[in-house]
Design a protein around this ligand. Structure first.
Ligand code: GDP
Ligand code: GDP
Length: 432
């Protein structure tokens, strides 16, 4: 589920975003350091995970913002997010822009939590009473800076998302088609679905904003997560990027495996790489389709060279199937489904602790973690965690001393010995 933070500039949206995502980021996010990460992150509270998006990050010139622009932002957030955090500032009180945002939110039927920020001390709790005027329920008093009240806020958030079904429990693979505009997503979906829409049943009890359709095609049984059908074209103008990021997150959150299309005539671009980051953050499976392959003039090694060029860009996550398709000619559609199924199986793969330790302790013996400040770093054993995606805990005397390159070594060894093609792998170092 997507939780969107909205509000006028300077109320503390990005500070709140950091606070909600920080612990999570520090533990699991190995791809941080990119601007996009300030706007989109994962948060976790009492074992429930959700996406957080800071809408403010997408507004240019945020110091002198037009009301119109913020309206659009809130509008899109309302369409795409499951829950809205409307942040206001107890120090500055209510401004016209706050009123404008409140009005839009009141008219929607989206769940809104009213967050009174900058309540750094008890005296300011009283000041938050002015916000009752919005008619959006009780203000939740927090201080994003010192963290007070954020626990209560998180409780309210997970209480709300608690109703969402854990959809991953289904035994049939769920795929989603992602990619930039015009790469051929609709054409692929048409090719997969064909003329007769061989629909069995949608998953019962799914939330209103996701469309799953079950197909039984080419000897494959799968759900397609389809969000394209609910696009509201009119709203998308200058906020295109914000919009498409939200849309991608929403569709891939619901899927097991993402089929990412890129345009062969354009190659792998930064927007494509951003989508791959989203996929990695959400720990979903990935198959890359280099589409419109019919438009490329080919020589003997063209596809091989193309594959190498892509791998260079997506490194270090290069253990991914790459398929050259022409979806309008229905070329390699079957292969796409086969690879997607394999990635789905890989993502569920569980390795026994005995086998895992056999292989990994030997690898660790061969190349031990470098000692730090004269201290010996020793990994004692490893176990696979019981998650929907491949994740491993390495038990160690000094987990904080294991650096990124060594984790990458461990990941490579896992990939060499067990088939996790197409799946991001999470590696956690734990204190023995
Ligand atoms: P945004 O524009 O809504 O994303 O706001 P920022 O997160 O950039 O915060 C704007 C200013 O308010 C910054 O100077 C923050 O340090 C400050 N700020 C944010 N949260 C708090 C808070 O809880 N208490 C106080 N006193 N200041 C805060
Ligand atoms: P979407 O915006 O990602 O859904 O892209 P569409 O499926 O609407 O395709 C965009 C354009 O690319 C359309 O004109 C398609 O006919 C064309 N197209 C899609 N797939 C292929 C392909 O494999 N080869 C060629 N030559 N054109 C394609």
């Amino acid at each position: 589920m997507i939780v969107a933070i909205v509000g006028r500039p300077n109320v503390g949206k990005s500070t709140l975003f950091n606070r909600l995502t920080e612990s999570k980021q520090a533990i699991v996010d190995e791809t941080s350091g990119v601007t996009r990460d300030r706007l989109y992150g994962k948060a976790e509270w009492t074992g429930k995970e959700f996406s957080v998006i800071d809408t403010g990050g997408y507004i240019r010139n945020s110091d002198d913002i037009f009301e119109e622009e913020i309206r659009k932002q809130v509008d899109i957030a309302m369409d795409e997010a499951g829950l809205i955090l409307f942040v206001v500032d107890v120090v500055n009180g209510i401004t016209d822009l706050d009123e404008a945002v409140a009005e839009i939110l009141r008219k929607s039927n989206k769940k809104v939590l009213l967050v009174a920020n900058k309540v750094d001390n008890n005296a300011r709790i009283l000041d938050s009473n002015v916000f009752y005027k919005f008619g959006l329920g009780d203000p939740i008093c927090i201080s994003s800076i010192n963290g007070s009240g954020t626990g209560e806020l998180l409780d309210k958030i997970v209480e709300y998302i608690g109703d969402e079904k854990p959809e991953e429990e289904l035994d049939i693979p769920k795929y989603t088609v992602v990619g930039r505009p015009n790469v051929g997503k609709s054409s692929l979906i048409n090719a997969l679905i064909g003329e007769e829409r061989n629909i069995v049943t949608p998953i019962s009890g799914t939330t209103r904003d996701s469309i799953y359709t079950r197909y039984n095609k080419f000897d494959h049984d799968f759900y397609l997560v389809d969000t394209a059908g609910i696009r509201k074209k009119g709203k998308v103008t200058e906020n295109l990027e914000f919009y498409s990021v939200l849309r991608s997150i929403r569709s891939l959150e619901k899927a097991d495996v993402c089929l990412l299309l890129i345009d062969a005539t354009q190659g792998m671009e930064s927007q494509d790489l951003n989508i791959i980051k989203l996929i990695q953050k959400n720990k979903k499976g990935l198959v890359i389709l280099v589409n419109k392959w019919d438009l490329i003039e080919k020589e003997t090694n063209t596809s091989k060279e193309y594959t190498e060029a892509i791998k260079k860009k997506i490194a270090p996550f290069i253990d991914v199937p790459i398929i050259f398709t022409s979806v309008i000619n229905k070329q390699r559609i079957h292969k796409v489904l086969e690879e997607a199924k394999t990635v789905y199986e890989n993502r569920k793969r569980k390795i026994t602790t005995a086998k895992l330790n056999d292989v990994m302790l030997e690898a660790i013996e061969t190349y031990s973690p470098p000692s730090v400040k004269g201290k010996f770093v020793k990994i004692k054993y490893v176990t696979q965690l019981n998650t929907f995606y491949p994740s491993f805990a390495f038990f160690c005397n000094l987990p904080q001393y294991i650096r990124e390159p060594y984790k990458r070594y461990l990941e490579n060894k896992l990939r060499e010995n067990f088939d996790f093609t197409g799946c991001p792998i999470q590696i956690y170092m734990r204190k023995k």
